[in-house]
Design a protein around this ligand. Structure first.
Ligand code: AMP
Ligand code: MG
Length: 304
């Protein structure tokens, strides 16, 4: 099911995750839709072992030591994406970094080993609801919206993984979780905490420093200026030159899967061609369109 782009919930030692093939943008779009997330938070990629995980990111020496000490286990490491990393831009919310983890749960391990690649898996609950720690919790919340739940028994840890950002000069604790800070500090030394733990960098999609195109972004554009590139959603207005089509047939899942890729691509191309702005066609604020508009309005917000 995962290989076919399906959504499969599975137990880990922390909570039940809702898994999708992280390299399949459409599957990841459906994952956000099933959760009803109003914004695109970056997702954690799950792997069977450290060796596989470290093919998708650039591990530091500290990352390797932490993996040795705490993997498999409830520790997530944020690291720069490897060159040509095939994980979809949507799974990483357009960030240059990727969060990776190797869960310590026999069933999860078997699933991930059989799959062989990264499985993006946020908690298997609808947005705003409580994280599930049994297959019954998952079904109560998501039945009919997902393809399967792998009943892996109750979750031993029951709280989310600790998230540690190793992509900056000093490691930063983004979210306290299953591995205690004290345990981490035996290897990292004293850790810097995110300004407001659990709120600020823990949701990088909320940050002003989160990826925004270099060029100004103009929303709800029904016409395109001669000095503008266009992020299109369906019909392309006359006079448009440089265009990235999110979805010809105005399919929100297809558009969501291509959103970050489109912004990156247009930013680079428009800059190279001397254009001055990116015009964005109207996207309906329903279903995945809500999260797309959230992201787009951040990209268009005045720069600090
Ligand atoms: P959940 O959706 O409950 O699995 O939580 C995932 C956590 O990992 C959230 O706190 C995310 O903000 C964090 N996260 C995932 N990817 C990244 C990243 N590239 N940079 C920083 N934090 C991340
Ligand atoms: Mg959650």
């Amino acid at each position: 099911m995962l290989r076919a782009g399906g959504l499969v919930a599975f137990g880990t030692e922390t909570v039940y995750g809702l898994g999708a093939d992280a390299c399949n943008g459409d599957a990841v779009a459906r994952l956000y839709a099933a959760k009803g997330r109003p914004s695109f938070n970056p997702l954690i990629c799950h792997f069977a072992d450290a060796q596989t995980a470290f093919r998708y990111v650039v591990p530091t020496a500290l990352a390797k030591r932490l993996a040795e000490a705490f993997w498999p286990g409830p520790l997530t490491l944020v690291l720069p994406r490897a060159p040509n990393c095939p994980v979809s831009q949507l799974a990483g919310a357009g960030l240059p970094t990727l969060a990776v983890r190797v869960p310590a749960h026999a069933v999860a391990h078997q699933l991930l080993a059989a799959f062989g690649g990264p499985v993006a898996a946020p908690s298997a609950n609808r947005s705003g609801r409580i994280s599930p720690t049994s297959a019954a919790h998952v079904l109560a919340d998501l039945e009919g919206r997902i393809d399967a739940v792998l009943d892996s028994g109750p979750c031993a840890v029951g709280v989310e993984s600790t998230v540690l950002d190793l992509s900056c000069p000093i490691p930063i604790l983004l979210r306290p979780g299953g591995v205690s800070v004290e345990a981490l500090e035996t290897i990292t030394g004293r850790l810097a905490q995110a300004p407001t733990p659990g709120t600020a960098p823990a949701a990088p999609g909320m940050l002003a420093s989160h990826y925004a195109p270099a060029l100004p972004v103009r929303l709800n554009a029904r016409a395109v200026g001669t000095d503008e590139a266009l992020l299109a959603f369906g019909p392309v207005p006359a006079g448009a030159g440089l265009v990235f089509q999110l979805s010809e047939r105005q399919d929100l899942a297809e558009a969501a899967a291509r959103l970050f890729e489109g912004l990156h691509w247009l930013d680079a191309q428009a800059h190279a061609q001397g254009l001055k702005a990116i015009a964005v066609a109207p996207v309906p604020a329903t279903g995945l369109g809500l999260a797309m508009n959230d992201r787009l309005s951040r990209a268009a917000a005045p720069r600090g």
